[in-house]
Design a protein around this ligand. Sequence first.
Ligand SMILES: Cc1cc2nc3c(=O)[nH]c(=O)nc-3n(C[C@H](O)[C@H](O)[C@H](O)COP(=O)(O)O)c2cc1C
Length: 336
Amino acid sequence: MADLTTQYMGLELKNPLIKGSSALTENLDGVLAMEKAGVGAVVLRSLFEEEIVEEMQASLDSMNTSSDLFPEQPGYYEHPAQYEPHSSEKYLDLIAQSKKRTSIPIIASINCITADEWTFYPRLVEQAGADALELNVFLMPSDTSRKASNNEQIYFDIAHTITQQVSIPVALKVGYFFSNVPSMLKELSGTDIDALVLFNRFYSPDFDIDKLSVTSSSVLSAPSDLATSLRWISIMSERVTCDLCASTGVHDGPALVKQLLAGADAVQAVSTFYRHGPRRAQEMLDFLSQWMNKKGYRRLSDFRGMLSQSRSQNPADYERTQFQKYFRGYRPEHSF
Ligand SMILES: Cc1cc2nc3c(=O)[nH]c(=O)nc-3n(C[C@H](O)[C@H](O)[C@H](O)COP(=O)(O)O)c2cc1C
């Protein structure tokens, strides 16, 4: 019988499959459904930095309310319209309820872009009982007047500030828009964070060519999106000094196995649960167990990282981008 237990950020997981952050775990029912489906841990939907700051501001304003205040002034309305009122309080309640009603680790998530006013909040997350905190940090480096180093410093500021605030493990969920991906990931792993989640998947624009307007591209990932995280987990897994969690494009059991072979300590999935429902988790875990039995592996450590770049006879396989032989030998699917 395959033993799927593992450690991630110092947390004991009954298996390495984590339900990644999304609206599927924005309430207790979603969390309970994912626990019942068999995942090793869940990440709650993210609370946004702005939600925390706006509520803090609203509460300060309410203390200073004067009859001179008129509707156009900030603070006239008790809560800004963009977010649900009291969402940061409700989030703490979701953490506490999830902890009370489940026995798997509950990872809270905050979407942030600064290390400023909101940074008091992670302590409340810890007090509410969260087992860990995942920080979803992303700045689109689209400003031509900013240097890469200015943008990248923000990740370090956030990592330093938050790890000093809490004693629960902290993960940084990042994208790959860095000027030097491996050096940035290695340096981030050397801060006090406990894990890096590679990678977040972002909203991307698309065009409607009839309406001549900008629309959104697919919200859900496709199985082919696995390639980018698989490459970087393989390259980084033996080079970083924190845990690595794979994310994006993990839709089935074989993809879960691949990320573990690349060296992931844990693996997150989201889109596949939107497509196939929570029961997809057990199918993926059954596949992992059966594959391990077939290969004669008893524990995850028997094969984890076996196909990482550091252990490869041909490290260049992981870095090839313009692969002459591959492109030249590729046959068209239609006759010419
Ligand atoms: C509908 C939806 C909502 C999401 N909400 C969040 C969120 O609140 N916070 C976050 O960090 N990521 C969020 N994500 C991103 C996922 O956590 C994940 O990084 C991304 O979907 C890639 O994984 P996948 O290929 O398994 O879907 C969301 C994704 C989807 C599809």
